[in-house]
Design a binder for this molecule. Structure first.
Ligand code: C2E
Ligand code: MG
Ligand code: MG
Length: 557
C-alpha cells in the first residue's frame, strides 16, 4: 500500500479516535519521519514534575536516522498518574522548514501517535519508577524485590543485612546548605553502592535512613566507610565534610529462613536504634537479646498512654539541703511509676520514652503535678521551697517549649520563682543553640534553670560561659570521698568546678551525697548545697510535706 494512503488512514483513525494499528505505525516510522524531514524523535519520561526539575528520568529515542538536527517541536504531557512526558522532534539541519499545515500535522501526530507508541515503553519506565524515590534513590520496594529474590534462590545465608542512619545530617545541611547536603548524601550512597557491587543491593528507607544487603567479603570496607568518611562537596576547592552513620548489622546465618522481609528488618532496625541511642558504639551487631529488649520497649510504649491517663506516674520529692544550716532550700521532682503493684524506676522507662516523644508528655505531666502540689502548699500558707523538674533533651526540638512551660505554670497560678527547670548537657551545635534559646527564655520569664549531671557528659566550658544558667548540679561521680582526698584528678576538678561556678555567680549543688565525710569535703570546697541519700531518698509527697514542715535537718558540723 502506498505510504501516503497509510498515513492518511492513520490520521483519520486518530481523528475519529479509533483503535490505531501501532505495529503499522512503528513499521512506517522511518517513512513518516522522512516525509516531515525529521532526524530524531526523543521521548523523555519523568516520574513527576519534581523529578523533571532535577532531570531524573528516562530518555527514550523513538526514532533516530543518525542525521544531525535541531529541535523544531516540543510537547509536554502530564498523565493522570502525574508522570511527565516530553516529546521532542528534531528537524534535519538544513532541511526546508515545515509549512504551517505540516507543523500542525506533526504536532497532532506527536501528541497522539508518539505518546501512544511510547506507551509500552512508558509502562516499562513507570514500573522502573516504582523502584525509585523522588530523589532518584532506589526505594524500599526495590529492596524487598531483591531480598525476596535472594531468599527464593537461597542466596541470603552468609550475607549481611544493614540498616544505617546518617548522624546529625541536619547539621550537615545547615553547614553547607540543603543542595550540597543532598549531593553529599548521594555521593555517600553511591560510594557504598560501588563497594557492595553486584553482591548486594542498597536503597533509601526514607529521610536519612538506608538499608542494604551485601556479601561478607565487602562487609569490612562498608562498615569502615559507614563509621565515618570525608565526602567532597566542592570539587574545585576539594572542601570535604565528615559523614558517619549509626549502623545495625545482622549477619544472616546459612540456615536462616526468611518468611517475611520484616524478619530481617526488625533485627537491623533494632540494632541500629541501639547504636543510635548508645552514643558510644556506632556499629551494633544484632543479637537475640536485643529482640527481647525491643519487645520490652514496645510494651512500655504501648501501655504508656493509658498509664499516664490513669495517673500511674507519681511525683517523688528529694530535698535539697544547705549543709551549713541543715535548712531545706529546695527539692527535685523525680518520677516513679506505680504499675501492677510495683514501683518502676526512671532508669527502666525514661530511656524508652526518650526513643519517641512520649517523654515530653511525661515531663509536662510532672510539671503540672508539681505545680498542683506547690499551689496547695502555697494556699496552706506553710513553708514552700523551689522545686526543680527534669526536662528531657527531646524537648529541644519544640520551638514553643517556653510557651508550653509557662502555660502550665501560669494555669496553676504559680509564682515563677518556685519553679526550676533541670536540663542536661548537649553534644551537638544545633542542640546547643536550642538549649541556649530555651534557657535564655526561661531566664527572662523569671524561671531558674540548672545544668544537671555536670561533669558526666562532654562538658564544655562554652556550655557554662554562653548559657545563662542559675544552678550547676555537680554529678555524684565528681564528689570527693572525704575531705582528705586531694590528689585524685576528680577531687582537683571538683575544687575548681565549684570555684568556677561561684565566681560566675552560679549556685552550685552536689548530687548524690551519701556520707558525712562527703559533706565535710563539700564544706572544705565551699559547696554549700547538697542533695542525696544522706539526707533523704526521693520521698512520696506526704513524707516530703512532713520534712517541709520541719524545715531543716539536724546536721553534724
Ligand atoms: P537526675 O535528674 O540526675 O536525678 C538524680 C538521681 O540520683 C535520682 O535518680 C535520685 O534518686 C538519685 N540520687 C539522689 N541521691 C542519691 C544518692 O545519694 N546516691 C545515689 N546513688 N543516687 C542518688 P532517679 O530518681 O532514679 O532518676 C534517675 C534519672 O532519671 C534522673 O537523674 C533524671 O535524669 C531522670 N528522671 C527522673 N524523673 C524524671 C522526669 O520526670 N523527667 C525526665 N525527663 N527525667 C527524669
Ligand atoms: Mg535532675
Ligand atoms: Mg542529676
Amino acid at each position: 500500500m502506498d505510504f501516503h494512503v497509510i498515513f492518511e488512514k492513520m490520521l483519520s483513525e486518530l481523528n475519529s479516535m479509533k483503535k490505531i494499528d501501532f505495529q503499522l505505525v512503528e513499521k512506517e516510522m522511518s517513512s513518516i519521519c522522512d516525509m516531515f524531514r525529521i532526524s530524531k524523535i526523543v521521548t523523555k519520561t519523568y516520574q513527576n514534575s519534581k523529578c523533571e526539575e532535577k532531570g531524573v528520568g528516562d530518555v527514550l529515542i523513538s526514532y533516530d536516522n543518525g542525521k544531525s538536527g535541531s529541535i523544531a517541536l516540543s510537547t509536554r504531557i502530564v498523565t493522570d498518574m502525574m508522570n511527565v512526558i516530553i516529546c521532542e522532534v528534531f528537524l534535519i539541519d538544513g532541511a526546508e522548514p515545515w509549512t504551517a499545515e505540516e507543523a500542525e500535522t506533526v504536532s497532532f501526530f506527536l501528541d497522539t501517535v508518539t505518546v501512544y507508541m511510547s506507551r509500552n515503553r512508558i509502562d516499562e519506565a513507570a514500573k522502573r519508577f516504582a523502584f525509585y524515590d523522588d530523589d532518584g534513590y532506589h526505594n524500599f520496594r526495590y529492596f524487598i524485590r531483591n531480598i525476596q529474590r535472594a531468599a527464593d534462590e537461597e542466596k541470603l545465608g552468609g550475607k549481611a543485612a544493614i540498616h544505617f542512619n546518617l548522624k546529625h545530617f541536619a547539621l550537615v545541611n545547615s553547614r553547607i546548605g540543603r543542595n550540597l547536603g543532598s549531593m553529599v548524601m548521594h555521593s555517600f550512597f553511591n560510594t557504598v553502592e560501588e563497594m557492595i557491587g553486584s553482591s548486594g543491593v542498597i536503597c533509601r528507607f526514607g529521610g536519612d535512613n538506608f538499608v542494604l544487603l551485601c556479601g561478607r567479603e565487602c562487609l569490612n570496607d562498608v562498615l569502615g566507610y559507614l563509621s565515618g568518611a570525608a565526602v567532597v562537596y566542592d570539587v574545585k576547592t576539594g572542601d570535604r565534610i565528615m559523614v558517619s552513620a549509626s549502623v545495625g548489622v545482622f549477619l544472616i546465618p546459612d540456615d536462616f529462613v526468611m518468611n517475611d522481609v520484616g524478619d530481617i528488618l526488625d533485627k537491623i532496625i533494632s540494632a541500629s536504634t541501639a547504636a543510635k541511642i548508645s552514643g558510644k558504639q556506632n556499629i551494633v551487631f544484632y543479637s537475640d537479646e536485643m529482640l527481647a529488649e525491643k519487645s520490652k520497649v514496645m510494651r512500655i510504649q504501648h501501655i504508656f498512654p493509658d498509664a499516664l491517663e490513669n495517673e500511674e506516674f507519681r511525683v517523688f520529692y528529694q530535698p535539697k539541703v544547705n549543709i551549713n544550716t541543715g535548712e531545706i532550700v529546695g527539692a527535685e521532682a523525680l518520677c516513679r511509676w506505680f504499675h501492677e503493684g510495683r514501683i518502676v524506676f526512671p532508669a527502666e522507662f525514661i530511656p524508652v520514652l526518650e526513643q519517641g516523644l512520649e517523654i515530653c508528655r511525661l515531663d509536662f505531666y510532672m510539671l503540672d503535678h508539681v505545680c498542683k502540689d506547690l499551689r496547695r502548699w502555697l494556699d496552706e500558707g506553710g513553708n514552700v521551697v523551689r522545686v526543680s523538674v527534669n526536662l528531657s533533651r527531646k524537648h529541644m526540638v519544640d520551638i514553643d517549649l517556653l510557651e508550653h512551660i509557662l502555660e502550665i505554670v501560669d494555669r496553676n497560678n504559680i509564682p515563677h520563682e518556685y519553679i526550676e527547670i533541670e536540663l542536661t548537657e548537649t553534644t551537638t551545635d544545633v542542640e546547643f543553640r536550642d538549649l541556649k534559646r530555651t534557657v535564655s527564655g526561661l531566664q527572662q520569664a523569671g524561671i531558674c534553670t540548672s545544668v544537671d549531671d555536670f561533669g558526666m557528659g562532654y562538658s564544655s566550658l562554652n556550655l557554662i560561659k554562653e548559657i545563662p544558667w542559675n544552678v550547676m548540679k555537680v554529678d555524684k561521680n565528681f564528689i570527693p570521698d572525704d575531705e582528705n582526698s586531694e590528689k585524685c584528678a576528680n577531687d582537683i576538678m571538683f575544687h575548681y568546678v565549684v570555684g568556677m561556678a561561684r565566681a560566675m555567680g552560679l549556685e552550685c549543688i552536689a548530687e548524690g551525697v551519701e556520707t558525712q565525710a562527703q559533706v565535710r569535703a563539700l564544706r572544705k570546697n565551699k559547696c554549700d548545697l547538697a542533695q542525696g541519700f544522706l539526707f533523704d531518698k526521693p520521698l512520696p509527697v506526704e513524707e516530703f510535706e512532713q520534712r517541709l514542715r520541719a524545715g531543716r535537718y539536724d546536721i553534724e558540723i
